[in-house]
Design a protein around this ligand. Structure first.
Ligand SMILES: [Zn+2]
Length: 94
């Protein structure tokens, strides 16, 4: 037997009512190659497997891959740009 989830009243701290202005989209890299929109069944060992879209039917970049990579040069870079350096607090870093 499960208890119903507690109802949480919406917080109102003087927020303006009505429609909010849309948030600006994050900047898209301008050097991104135009997707060839390949389907899953069109992918080969030589095509970039970078997915596009959040809903089916999913498509893939499809550009020629870099040697020993699953992605084209552009998407290989995009996939490896996550922050790899752990930032220490100021009192430890000194
Ligand atoms: Zn790609």
């Amino acid at each position: 037997m499960q208890e119903p989830p507690p109802k949480i009243a919406p917080l109102r701290f003087g927020m303006p009512s009505g429609p909010q202005p849309p948030k600006p989209l994050p900047p898209v890299p301008t050097d991104e190659p135009k997707s060839r929109r390949l389907s899953l069944f069109q992918l080969t060992n030589e095509t970039c497997k970078w997915p596009h879209g959040n809903f089916p039917p999913f498509t893939f970049c499809g550009h020629p891959v870099e040697l020993f990579s699953r992605y084209c040069p552009h998407h290989r870079k995009r996939g490896s740009t996550k922050p790899a350096v752990l930032k220490l607090p100021q009192f430890i870093a000194r």
